[in-house]
Design a protein. Sequence first.
Length: 510
Amino acid sequence: MDANTFVLFGATGDLAKRKIYPALFNLFLDGKLPEVFSVIGLGRREWSDETFKANIERSLHSFSRREASDAEAVTKFLSFFRYHVLDVDRKEDYQSLLKLIEEREQALGAEPNRLFYLSVGPELFETIANHIQDSGLGDTKGWKRLVIEKPFGRDLQSARDFNAQLSKAFTEDEIFRIDHYLGKPMVQKLHLLQQTNPVLQASWNNRYIANVQITASETVGVEERAGYYDHSGALRDMFQNHMLQLLMMLAAHLPKGDDSEQVRSKKKHVMQSLEPLLRQDVATQVVRGQYTSGTIQGKPVVGYKDEAGIPQESQNDTFIAAKLQIEDDFWRGIPIYIRTGKRMKEKATRIVIEFREPVKQVSNTNNGGKPNLLVFEISPNEGIYLRLNTEGEAQQQDLTKVLIGSHKSGSEVPEAYENLIYDALRGDSSFFAHWDEVELSWKWVQPILDAYAANEVPLYPYPAGSFGPQAAHDLLAKDGFEWWFDRESEAATSAKNTGNTSSQASLSIK
Ligand SMILES: NC(=O)C1=CN([C@@H]2O[C@H](COP(=O)(O)OP(=O)(O)OC[C@H]3O[C@@H](n4cnc5c(N)ncnc54)[C@H](OP(=O)(O)O)[C@@H]3O)[C@@H](O)[C@H]2O)C=CC1
Ligand SMILES: O=C1O[C@H](COP(=O)(O)O)[C@@H](O)[C@H](O)[C@H]1O
């Protein structure tokens, strides 16, 4: 059953402005919001309803993927919103909030089903959860849900403590932990692709797959988040959550249907089957990097240590690459390489599956040397590609790239937050991170955190605008592989710079 009241803590903040209001607006345009709907925005700022609505409208104009040009639609959308001043530590603010919610529920004839969305720093989660419990806000005749943003802990122990605290006020079924990578449409389609395509099902195992490469590269640097990022780094910010979730979604052999229990149990199986990383192996299986000055899309940029708010002596990681192995019957023996970093050459999240080379083995000729690839472009553009050997092309530099299904560019792809908020409103937790997954992820990552803290892993510099440190390439080279598409991307850039957009450059998957 849909939520009727959306209670937004942190309604004056950055995430609300950039993601939550635009997502709600696009859901509204698609007719996906409940018919009876009310949003109560909360913050310490002394805003009136009018100021609040004006801010929301501005956010739609700046950040919505679809234009907010229909004045009537915008007015109707804004009519859902009310603002309430609340300091999370002030008990009486929760009492007045309860009164406002009940008034709105009565006026609208809404069921008392309440979704509490915490778009605030994690240090406030526990206080808010306890006050929701104590004030009677959660004591509703309908149901309650809690949506929380990352980060979910800083390490294994803090995540466990944090979860224990939240569990006093909300059951696991009521907690929806957002990992926005799980909301990306291509990620949500991964299991359907396997289930509905026998050709993929048949080849989704160690008989046919040589290796898997998962990349999330960003061109942005630390931006205005130095305070947060310098205490987080690529490992905590991206790897422990988004990258391991991508791995789970790819590697889980999910059953047909959308039963969230099944999805979670299969994802948990992947994490439980991950070969544990021993602390003494971290330095050989993990590459830690930090960007130095360089050029991004033709513009010079400063190195990490020269970014505003970053201390000169910072040892923080802005890049990580790691080799993982899953010990189960499907994946045993397939190396899985994961990398993510800031200030890299291109903005791209993609998964590449490299298949073994049966032609070479069977015919013993030179022209079977290129493996087939299956490529999932996840964002910012979306598409699935297969690279095949085709007759007469074996002598050429590269293989034929076949687009499967449609290619969608940025604005056509629904934002992850649209999918996730829609699911949270309906109570479908399939694409939210369950506590078991979060705990197992921290458990796997903990030896890396320990090795970093003890400085047992070199911190390799890499120039902004590159694909990371050389050591990340060596990680694959040791196994006889290389990261796919780095060279094509380099070629595409240099072709663009020289005006030659034929040959290699056209092979780049965009
Ligand atoms: N911004 C982003 O792109 C992303 C953010 N996140 C996570 O989302 C959460 C919010 O981030 P973001 O929006 O960037 O943070 P901001 O600092 O921009 O906003 C924080 C919000 O919290 C409110 N707040 C702070 N202290 C109190 C208090 N004592 N009582 C009541 N309200 C309070 C502020 O309201 P006021 O100032 O009016 O009191 C403000 O609305 C964080 O957990 C962050 O890690 C996750 C992914 C991406
Ligand atoms: O959660 C985060 O994700 C973004 C990258 O998200 P994407 O959808 O643009 O790929 C990252 O920039 C940020 O540091 C991190 O906190």
